[in-house]
Design a protein around this ligand. Sequence first.
Ligand code: G3P
Length: 217
Amino acid sequence: MRLFLDTASIDDIRAAARFGVISGVTTNPSLLAKEGGVSYKQRILEIAEVIDGPISAECVTRTADELVAEARELASWHPNVVVKIPIDAEGLEAIHRCSREGIRINTTLIFNPNQALLAALAGATFLSPFVGRLDDVSYDGIELIRQCVDIMTIHGLKAQVLAASIRHPLHVTQAALAGAPVATIPPAVLYQLLKHPLTDTGIERFLADARTAGLIE
Ligand code: G3P
C-alpha cells in the first residue's frame, strides 16, 4: 500500500519527505485554510518540489461546466496534479468529461460503495472513501474500504481506492489488510506508525548493554 500525506503544510511535507515512504500528497479546502492564506497554486507548486508523485488539489465550484473549467485550471498547474471532485450528480458528469480529456480525478467524499462504482465507471483515477467520518457516525469505515476494493477487483476496474479521513494507526493497518492500494494519512499519524514502546525500551536496553560491553561510553 502506498502512503500519501494528507496535509497542505509544506513544513510537515518537507519533514516527512526525509523518510522516503511518502509517494503523494492530498489537500482539500479545509487543510489549505489552515495555511494562513497562501495561494493554492503556490502551495501545490511548493509541494511538487518536495514530493514527486500525485498531488491532489480540490475543486470548489458546483456545476459540471464550472467543475470542468476549474479542473482544467488546477491540472495546468503541474503534471503531478490530480484534481479532487466530490461525488454528486454534477461531480459525476465532470469526472466523466475530465477523465475523457485525460485529467486525472480523485473522487472525494465517498461514503458508500455505489458512489465508488459510479466514479470508477466514469473514469476516475482515485476513489477516496472517508473512513474516519463514517466511524464518527457509528458506521464501519474500513468495511467501506473493503467493499470498494472488492468491487474494483471483482469487476476489473482500474480506479485505485485511496483510504482517506484516516484518524489513527489502526486505520492504516486495516486499510492495508483490506487491500487498499493507497492511504492518505495526516502527519501526526505518520509518526504514530513508527512508535512501539517495546522498540523504545529495546533500544534503551541495547544501549545499556553496549555501554557494559564497552562499545560506547
Ligand atoms: O482526506 C480527507 C481528510 O482530509 C478529511 O479528514 O479527519 O477531516 O475527516 P477528516
